[in-house]
Design a protein around this ligand. Structure first.
Ligand SMILES: [Zn+2]
Ligand SMILES: [Zn+2]
Length: 211
C-alpha cells in the first residue's frame, strides 16, 4: 500500500491518496482544500484513481470533491445518513464564516457490509456513527490478507475522539462505535485520522483518555 497525504489551512484536515503498488489503482479519501496536492500526487505517480471515498460530509472533508471529480471523473461515495450535511455544505460554511461552493451530486451510497476493490486491495466500509450520523471508517488492506489500515475520518484521533456537538453528533453513539467497530482490530493496526498524526489501535485502546 502506498499512501500520499496532504493538509491545508484553515482546518488542516488530512486528505489521502491510497494506491496499489503493483497496479497503480488508487482511491482518493476526503479531498478538501488540499485537493490540488493530492491530484499532483496522482499525476506524478501516474495513478489510476477509481473512486472518491468520503468518511463523512463535514465541510473540511468535502470542499475538494468538485475539483477531484472534474479532474478524475470517478464516482463519489458517501453514507446516505450524511447526505443532509453534504447537501448543506454551503450552510456549513456559513457557520464557520466561510464561503464554500456546493459540491457535485453523490454518485453512490455505501450499503451495509460494502466492500470495494482497487488493484490488489480491498476497502471494507464500516459504519461508525457518533461524530455525525453517516460517519464511516475505511479498513484497507491486501485482498488476500487480514491486515488492514484504518482511515477513520474524525471518529478517532491520536489521544482524542471526534467532536459530537455538531448537528447529528452523539457522544454515547461515538464511544460505542469506537469500542465495537474499531477496537476489535489488532493492536498493531495503523489508524490514519482526519486531523493530526497517525496512531494505532493498541495505543488508543490503552492510553486514549476517553476509554
Ligand atoms: Zn468531521
Ligand atoms: Zn474534520
Amino acid at each position: 500500500m502506498r499512501i500520499a497525504t496532504a493538509a491545508a489551512p484553515p482546518f488542516y484536515k488530512n486528505g489521502f491518496v491510497v494506491s496499489c503498488e503493483e497496479t497503480r489503482a488508487a482511491v482518493l479519501i476526503d479531498p478538501g482544500d488540499e485537493v490540488e496536492e493530492l491530484l499532483d500526487a496522482v499525476r506524478s505517480d501516474a495513478l489510476n484513481v477509481q473512486a472518491i471515498l468520503l468518511t463523512h460530509a463535514h465541510l473540511d472533508h468535502i470542499t475538494g470533491v468538485g475539483r477531484a471529480k472534474a479532474a478524475l471523473g470517478v464516482p463519489i461515495w458517501l453514507h446516505r445518513d450524511d447526505l443532509f450535511l453534504y447537501d448543506g455544505v454551503v450552510e456549513q460554511g456559513r457557520m464557520f464564516g466561510l464561503r464554500v461552493d456546493a459540491q457535485p451530486p453523490v454518485d453512490r451510497f455505501y450499503e451495509p457490509g460494502e466492500s470495494l476493490r482497487f488493484g490488489r486491495y480491498i476497502v471494507n466500509v464500516l459504519h461508525t456513527p457518533g461524530h455525525c450520523p453517516g460517519g464511516v471508517c475505511l479498513a484497507i488492506g491486501r485482498d488476500e490478507a487480514s491486515e488492514r489500515e484504518l482511515f477513520v475520518g474524525d471518529t478517532l484521533f491520536s489521544g482524542s475522539i471526534g467532536r459530537t456537538d455538531l448537528p447529528g453528533g452523539d457522544m454515547e453513539t461515538l464511544l460505542q462505535s469506537i469500542r465495537t467497530v474499531l477496537f476489535r482490530f489488532p493492536d498493531d493496526t495503523v489508524v490514519h485520522s482526519g486531523h493530526g498524526p497517525d496512531t494505532t489501535i493498541g495505543v488508543e485502546r490503552t492510553t486514549n483518555p476517553f476509554f
